[in-house]
Design a protein around this ligand. Structure first.
Ligand code: ZN
Length: 191
């Protein structure tokens, strides 16, 4: 019986530890926001999301880091840019899957991995990496040249037609959205 009490105590302590870890992590992300409160989880979701984030965020960020390295490898070392990447729950009211903050040094890519199916994460990272390469949020010809290079290097289709339809590169390469972005952060997905 004592052993059971002890296990429950350790389990509760662990739960509190990972919850605190998540709070620290999310607070750290705020320094990379483009606008205040972009990184935001509904209060009602936090009770379930925080323990999952605390226990799993390193694994998620490792996967993103590997995608970032894959993008870097499409360029000669001298031409690569300094950039970091982290997963972040972006408030749904912003309507974006990710962004690259080029105002910080090194640039920081934040992606809401809950909004895109894991098999398309690399596409999203490539889109944001191209922003890091040009150092701006625009989608004009300089951006198009970098994104095209990445798409060809990574084996993604490059669709000139898509590009020419007034700034449609904002959503290129196309990614499959998830039905419930918060489900990922609650730990209700397969990742
Ligand atoms: Zn973009």
């Amino acid at each position: 019986m004592f052993a059971q009490v002890e296990v429950r105590l350790i389990s509760r302590q662990h739960q509190e530890f990972v919850t605190d870890q998540a709070a620290v992590y999310l607070q750290r992300l705020q320094q990379f926001e483009l606008e205040p409160r972009m990184i935001n989880l509904l209060m009602s979701e936090r009770r379930r999301a925080y323990p999952w984030i605390g226990a799993n965020i390193d694994r998620v960020n490792q996967a993103l880091y590997e995608h970032l390295v894959t993008c870097q490898e499409c360029f000669f070392p001298a031409n690569r840019c300094a950039v970091s990447i982290l997963a972040a729950p972006i408030g749904p009211e912003w309507g974006i899957d990710g962004f690259c903050n080029v105002r910080v040094d090194p640039s920081m890519i934040l992606v809401d991995v809950g909004r895109i199916v894991p098999t398309d994460w690399l596409k999203l990272v490539a889109h944001e990496y191209a922003h890091a390469m040009i150092g701006s949020a625009g989608h004009a010809s300089e951006y198009a040249a970098i994104l095209k290079h990445l798409c060809l290097g990574l084996g993604f289709t490059w669709d000139e037609q898509w590009r020419s339809e007034n700034n449609r590169l904002q959503t290129y390469p196309p990614c499959i959205s998830t039905l419930d972005p918060i489900a990922f952060w609650r730990g209700d997905s397969d990742f």
